[in-house]
Design a protein. Sequence first.
Length: 300
Amino acid sequence: MIVVPEQFARSVAADAGAVGRSWIEALPGLVGELLERWSGVPDGPVRHGRVGLVIPVRRRDRPPAVLKVSLPRPWNIHEPAAFAAWNGAGAVRLYDRDDDRGAMLLERATTRTLADIADPERAVAIQGALARRLAVTAPPGFPLLSDVVAGWADEIRADSATLGRPLPDHVVDAALATIAELGPDQPNTLVHGDLHDANVLAAEREDWLAIDPKVCVGDPAHDAFTVLFSPRFGPLLNSADPGPSLHRLLEIYCEAAEVDIERARRRTQAGAVWEALRGRRLGEATAIVGAADRLAASLA
């Protein structure tokens, strides 16, 4: 029987309260049932994210895999369907799934992430190439990016007023214009939704594969925000003049992703404004809020 990491248990409880604590209590038994069902044996240290536990497993005469079990949340319930739609092209393969239990059996990649690549230009080119491959025609049933951003304008206005207008007016106005002009206009394309460098793993079948999507249907240029908001760019965003370097990185990403750079710039700027204000409201770390501020201002 697995041992649930204490940090993971605290994270789930903080996110979902009593429901999360109850789920954690049942988790060892659930994992045991899934391992038996899918003929897996634990094969390495357990890892976790915010509400998902990942157990490396080996199976007789089958490729190495990981069992991922997640507390169902709005941002992760479409993950199995996304992996099924991609069918291993740019993302880890889905071997099996149990949607009722929030469980997937996935291809095992390494634990090395794109964050380990020192050259930022090489990293964003890899992210762009993956984004292009993941931008497939969306099957029915996924959340729409147009619906996701529909409430951003009201949130931005309300947060800005409540927080004492911490961002310059022209920065906020640029974001609101983008939401009004580009928000409703979305293609029927799958978007990973969280393509920062820690969600790209080195693998054997291909050099790099994406994991942990927060998938939606819309403009692939949307992923540029999570790429440029990766932790690696914190020092750049805190530099005296990050604008030229950010634009260069955006050019590299957009060329590899085959998306329009102006749409990517505008969507990234709007996402950064939303994140900067939301981060203040939720009490996120000063460094995170500050990075969002600089990204929003540099691309306005």
